[in-house]
Design a protein around this ligand. Sequence first.
Ligand code: BGC
Length: 252
Amino acid sequence: MNVFGLDVGGSGIKGAAVDTETGELVTERVRIKTPQPATPRAIVDTAVEVVRRSGWDGPVGCGFPAVIKDGVVRTAANIDKAAIGFDLAGALGQELGGPVTVVNDGDAAGLAEMRWGAGRGVRGLVLMLTLGTGIGTSLFIGGRLVPNTEFGHIEIGGEDAEYRASDGARKREDLSWEEYAARLDRYLHAIEDLLWPDLIVIGGGISKKSEKYLPHLTTRTEIVTAKMLNEAGISGAALAAVPDQPTEKAAE
Ligand code: BGC
């Protein structure tokens, strides 16, 4: 089954049709800059444009950087506050004239990694971190997603963890890789002490440079790099729109 995957981010809105059996993109990826100000309406218009430019007509899954309950945006840590309470799935569905499923962006990336990437077949407790402007998290047990975890916002040293340990923090403060790795390590220790995962998967743009920080990490938990790299957001969003819990298959 092919589904169009949309990945809404702070700088770009990306999308492509995805073969949900293999996770591969079956149309060329389209990317349009996120409109500024990124009001919910402007995001809907741009997302619709991404779908239209791809010539897609069919089911759509969308990853969005906030807590999503029943298609409605419930938080806004890194996005326009006007999004809170916005029925994103409803608005996209109305514009596109078909079914749209909206999920948290970290959850979308995690679904893709569990099905096709680094978490494939792992039945224990898996935590996936998507390090970008913020810290997206997704948690799986027995291959099943526990949706909308927001572990990027645990408090460390009196501050929001993502403010100190996201890739955005590294760039904003111009941290060396060693300095950044120390921050990430502190965050990982805090989270492993709370959750005791069996595996931590690190994804996001930063996962391409894992050799810069992985050697400095001292956690007890096994840490691996995401395999799907940047496409996880798109493929996972598409997967989220497929009825029945998709990651189950990975563990059969
Ligand atoms: C948001 C999460 C989101 C993450 C990554 C955080 O600030 O609270 O919902 O998954 O950023 O975009």
